[in-house]
Design a protein around this ligand. Structure first.
Ligand code: SF4
Length: 437
């Protein structure tokens, strides 16, 4: 019996693809190793979105080779797509395979030669690259299922390496989305997260030009017994119709994650982002008016080249004024291969850290305000499992992603429980159970 372990870095899409590799190897009769030293094959599914992520990917590959010299180590994913020549310099890798052939990786792993010969499979993306429908039925240890419905990005934001690692826009056909959702519901999942690299471009490559709103209308008509959550959406690609759907349909989670990236119009232009701060603010207000208890998460970057103190203050005051629920803060990280790598007027590293820290403080305040606003209201909480910090408690997440804790009850795992938000505790919300499904 052969054993494997997949080590995953990066985003939800990478996690999804790792789950696909794990399930495919399981179907081929392989077993998951409990730790790295017990695996015959170690797969590192890499990320290069920041310099830090690239560094961590290299570290994970080197650690796998060092700690288990008998194992075959495969370096796959975004690093292999963007910078294969850097991976070629690491001695001891058995397979380098990029995103373009991710669907083939489980098969390649089962066919690795016994010799120390290295395999490098690095086909480029072509314009007509089809969407790889990676079949996954189960997400062991997870309460919610994930479904990748879109891949690729052609937006070329000037700081972002993703268009060079993920290829052109590709979408999963609507009938396949519906079929996968029905399959998850039959298995007892109560929530599915629809993910993509650039979700708002869902459908642009499909013959009928279905968009995300159209797809969700089809999902609604099917009345599949589970709720749907959307991953990140660009502000200019979130139509009012979709916001209204989230406001009126209980199966569509009132939770939006929207990248702002800079709160200054000049910097947004330099980033090649296709909206301005006024449009962004309008979008956030529209969501808030339609769904007062809805969650609005925002990505914001600190220290893009040319960001002076006035530009930073613009971001702070914009975010202070808007009803956002939480912030994901990223310090700018120059990526080789992107236009911003060459930009002058870089912000010194200490200033970047200070600005990121100020934004994180604001993010904590926003989160607390959001929690307080939700107190006393009722929510449908998907029960996750025992709280890692206190075994007497169970955790769960509401439709607006409010993180709940409540007295431990193992029988509720995976079910949806109606709860009242009572008070905040340990960065979470203490819930009072009203009824279970
Ligand atoms: S939209 Fe911009 S930030 Fe997002 S993946 Fe594409 S290029 Fe990167």
């Amino acid at each position: 019996m052969r054993t494997f372990k997949v080590i995953t870095l990066g985003c939800k899409v990478n996690q999804y693809e790792s789950a696909f590799m794990e399930e495919s190897l399981g179907r081929a009769g392989w077993h998951r190793a409990t730790d790295e030293s017990a695996a015959d094959v170690l797969v590192v599914n890499t990320c290069v979105v920041t310099q830090k992520a690239a560094h961590q990917s290299r570290q994970a590959i080197r650690k796998a080779i060092r700690e288990n010299p008998e194992a075959k180590v495969a370096a796959v994913g975004c690093y292999a797509q963007a910078f294969p020549e850097e991976l070629e310099t690491i001695r001891g890798i058995a397979l380098i395979a990029n995103n373009r052939i991710k669907a083939e990786i489980p098969r390649l792993l089962t066919q690795l030669p016994q010799s120390s010969e290295k395999m490098a499979l690095l086909p480029p993306f072509e314009t007509e690259t089809p969407f790889d429908a990676l079949k996954i039925c189960n997400f062991p240890g997870r309460t919610r299922a994930y479904l990748k419905i879109q891949d690729g990005c052609q937006s070329f934001c000037t700081y972002c390496i993703v268009p060079y690692t993920r290829g052109p826009y590709r979408s999963l056909a609507p009938e396949k989305v519906l079929c996968a959702l029905e399959g998850f519901a039959q298995q007892g999942y109560r929530e599915v997260v629809l993910t993509g690299i650039h979700l708002g471009k869902y459908g642009v490559d499909l013959a009928g030009k279905t968009d995300l709103t159209g797809l969700l209308q089809m999902v609604g008509k099917k009345a599949i017994p589970l709720r749907v959550r959307l991953s990140s959406m660009e502000p200019q690609e979130l139509p009012t119709e979709l916001i209204e759907m989230a406001a009126s349909e209980s199966w569509l989670c009132p939770h939006f994650h929207i990248p702002l990236q800079s709160g200054d119009d000049q910097i947004l232009k330099k980033m090649n982002r296709h909206y301005n701060t006024k449009d962004f603010a309008k979008k956030i207000e529209t969501i808030h008016m339609a769904i007062p208890q809805g969650a609005i998460g925002v990505d914001i970057m600190a220290g893009f080249p040319g960001e002076d103190i006035a530009a930073h203050k613009n971001a702070i005051s914009l975010l202070q004024a808007l009803p956002v629920s939480y912030l994901h803060v990223f310090p700018f990280s120059p990526r080789k291969g992107t236009p911003a790598w060459h930009y002058k007027n870089s912000v010194d590293i200490e200033t970047v850290k200070e600005r990121a820290s100020e934004l994180r403080t604001l993010g904590r305040e926003k989160r607390m305000l959001f929690y307080k606003k939700c107190m006393g209201h009722h929510f449908d909480v998907l029960v996750e499992g025992t709280y890692a910090r206190n075994k007497e408690l169970t955790t769960g997440a509401a439709e607006n992603y409010l993180p709940f804790i409540f007295p431990r009850d193992d029988s509720l795992k995976g079910r949806i429980v109606r709860m009242r938000a009572v008070r905040t505790s340990e960065n979470r919300v203490l819930g009072e159970k009203l009824s279970a499904d």
